[in-house]
Ligand binder design. Structure first.
Ligand SMILES: Cc1cc2nc3c(=O)[nH]c(=O)nc-3n(C[C@H](O)[C@H](O)[C@H](O)COP(=O)(O)OP(=O)(O)OC[C@H]3O[C@@H](n4cnc5c(N)ncnc54)[C@H](O)[C@@H]3O)c2cc1C
Length: 291
């Protein structure tokens, strides 16, 4: 089985990726997520939490894009910190009409999102980073409990590159990386500014080495889909089409967790769109109930 960086237990606010904490944020604290009893019965029972509504989809279906950085040292500093650009493309073997690759460029080192990233960026004004974002990656992971206490850490695992289509996701990133390296290193107009390739690095050339680089460096920041909208006959559906939590009165979830599948490159606009729809639904229902 392929293994990316080991799954971590994250010491982050518990609502961050977890649909059941998103439930918590829309009701008051007596509805604390892990005490709410809304979720996968097997998991709740494991930690002694009585099940109020058995919704196996809560915390399942965790999806994200895959992103990969490559960066180069240039011969001089960038003078415009706003230098930014992007290219949309379709991977070679894609059968979809929608492009699945978004490559964006930043004039500093950006190898992912982490505490201290702005310090790295400030200290690398001569570094050019190229980030390839693969939209529609096939991974489906999970967010699970590790205990009943609200401050117990969550087990968050994206199961990246595992399961059907995982191999394709790696190959798409690998081929995109190869193509971009050719552009940066071989295009005369660009190559004359390049001091050296920092990462993956000139010694990383074989497909196997590139894949290892991918497994060690892939990142993402568009987690979604852990409280998905779904049809009445879908046992994994957490929400109905009006954002209601199934089996619970007067409780809706409207955020990135509501999507049944990743909305694509960048989720913010789709989140605004579902929010507008939710506002209409809520107003409609309030009028019908004569609030
Ligand atoms: C570093 C970074 C950069 C990004 N850049 C982009 C980008 O350029 N474009 C793009 O489309 N997407 C981007 N994203 C992704 C995007 O920000 C998220 O997908 C999106 O914000 C998720 O929206 P949401 O409403 O689901 O959750 P959030 O935006 O996280 O909103 C959750 C809200 O709930 C509040 N909250 C939590 N718990 C409670 C509680 N118990 N009580 C009350 N309030 C609570 C939080 O304070 C927060 O305001 C980026 C993400 C990161 C981390």
């Amino acid at each position: 089985m392929l293994q990316t960086k080991p799954a971590r237990k994250h010491a982050i606010p518990r609502w961050f990726f977890s649909s059941d904490f998103r439930l918590q944020k829309v009701r008051n604290s007596d509805f604390g997520a892990k005490k709410s009893g809304i979720g996968d019965k097997a998991q709740l029972s494991k930690f002694g939490i009585p099940t109020v509504v058995n919704l196996p989809g809560v915390g399942a279906n965790l999806q994200d894009n895959d992103e990969l950085s490559a960066f180069w040292e240039f011969t001089s500093n960038f003078t415009d910190p706003q230098s930014f650009g992007s290219v949309i493309a379709t991977s070679a073997n894609s059968t979809s009409i929608e492009p699945d690759l978004w490559t964006y460029f930043v004039p500093v080192e950006l190898s992912g999102f982490f505490h201290g990233m702005s310090i790295v960026a400030a200290n690398t004004p001569n570094v050019f980073t190229l980030i390839t974002l693969r939209a529609g990656s096939k991974s489906q992971g999970y967010v699970r409990l590790t205990g009943a206490h609200p401050q117990d850490l969550l087990d968050i695992n994206k199961l990246r590159f595992q399961g059907p289509g995982g191999r394709d996701d790696i190959v798409v990133l690998r081929e995109a990386l190869k193509r971009w390296r050719r552009v940066i290193n071989e295009d005369e107009e660009i190559a004359k500014y390049v001091e050296r390739e920092v990462a993956p690095g000139a010694n990383v050339t074989s497909d196997a080495d590139l894949e290892e680089y991918i497994l060690n460096n892939v990142f993402a920041h568009h987690a979604c889909c852990t409280a998905a909208i779904g049809a009445d006959n879908d046992p994994r559906a957490v929400l109905d089409g009006d954002f209601n939590v199934r089996g619970v009165n007067n409780l809706r979830v409207v955020d990135a967790s509501s999507f049944p599948e990743s909305p694509g490159y960048f989720p913010q606009s789709p989140i605004y769109m579902i929010s507008e729809k939710a506002a209409e639904v809520i107003i409609r229902d309030a009028k019908a109930a004569r609030y």
